[in-house]
Write a protein that binds this ligand. Sequence first.
Ligand code: TYD
Ligand code: MG
Length: 396
Amino acid sequence: MLALPAEGLPVRFGSGLAELDRVLGGGFVPGSVSLLGGDPGIGKSTLLLQVAASVAQNAPVLYATGEESGAQVGLRARRLGLGATGLQLAPETDLETILAQAGELRAGLLVIDSIQTVQLATLASSAGGVTQLRECAAELVRFAKSTGTAVCIVGHVTREGTIAGPRVLEHLVDTVLYFESDAGSRYRIVRATKNRFGAVNELAFFAMTESGLREVANPSAIFLARPEQVAPGSIVMVAREGGRPLLVEIQGLVDPMRFGNPRRVAQGLDSTRLSMLLAVLHRHGGLSLQDHDVFANVVGGLAVRETGTDLPVLLALASSLRDRALPPTLVAFGEIGLTGEVRPVAYGEERLREAAKQGFRQALVPRDNLPRRPVEGLELRGVARLAEAVEILFER
Ligand code: TYD
Ligand code: MG
């Protein structure tokens, strides 16, 4: 049940950031509740302050900050160059007080930064505990549905236990957004993992700058910062994430195991799938990593959740094992089946065009992904089996 839009607000309203609007499915829905999760320091408050200030130009906005003092948030707003006209700050942790204020303001948007710092005085347990988290979120959902105010909740992802983190709230809210990034990278990705009002797995790309988060309009190759001399264990793949092709570097490292069980570590990739792929590489690619520790990584902190990573992951690992670097102008993608076949992935031609546009010269792809017409500037090799790919790259 969704309340009618608050007066003066359309069925959806923009966040002020086109990238974020896309992830939301076209902007905020009045009366909806969104959860923004992410590691501390990744940019949740920065993003929502920018959004709050933008929305405040058209509707009252209440930004409740239990994380920081009003002065701190005010300082940040100035740093971001935000003229916060209709933006009301509430350095408050008592949820009843916050909701009363938001109601009085007839807020179009209410930001709770963060859910871990607010509490309901009627509950005996302390702020940040599971009971408080759940009850506070439920109260916010009731408030949103009954007033038509869009609510955006910040939730820190805790490293140790996700128990007290935002995951326990996911089923209560309409939209779940997560920040992804690599430590040290200035790029930030916001992904919708749940969306009652739009598509999931849409991605928004930002760069953290001196003056807040800036949208990255053409993100297809921001994860590619490769040196001219490429070392063994690296390959570029064309992924398709968030509705567009993305060039990302996949790295593999294999190292003779010293003792115990071999380690299989996957970053940004499905680790169960990695184990399966290693078995296929052994049986159908003729390369055994049984006595090796294996590490596979998507560079840049992006999590790639599609099977198109299969072939590049194995090629990166084979490259590391053989200590042979792959051509820096080569891209690959493709799914691998249990019988060693290389299966096509969706949007093959679009991926190839993007690779050519970004200056890549050769592509090793599933045979069924070969386009009917050539792609200008790209030398195409289609393979139907993993063994063929291994032979082309490592046996000649
Ligand atoms: P913040 O939004 O406070 O993170 P979160 O709310 O997720 O904990 O972001 C904090 C980091 O962002 C901090 O390391 C400083 C940096 N930052 C910038 O680089 N530029 C800026 O304009 C702002 C406001 C923050
Ligand atoms: Mg914060």
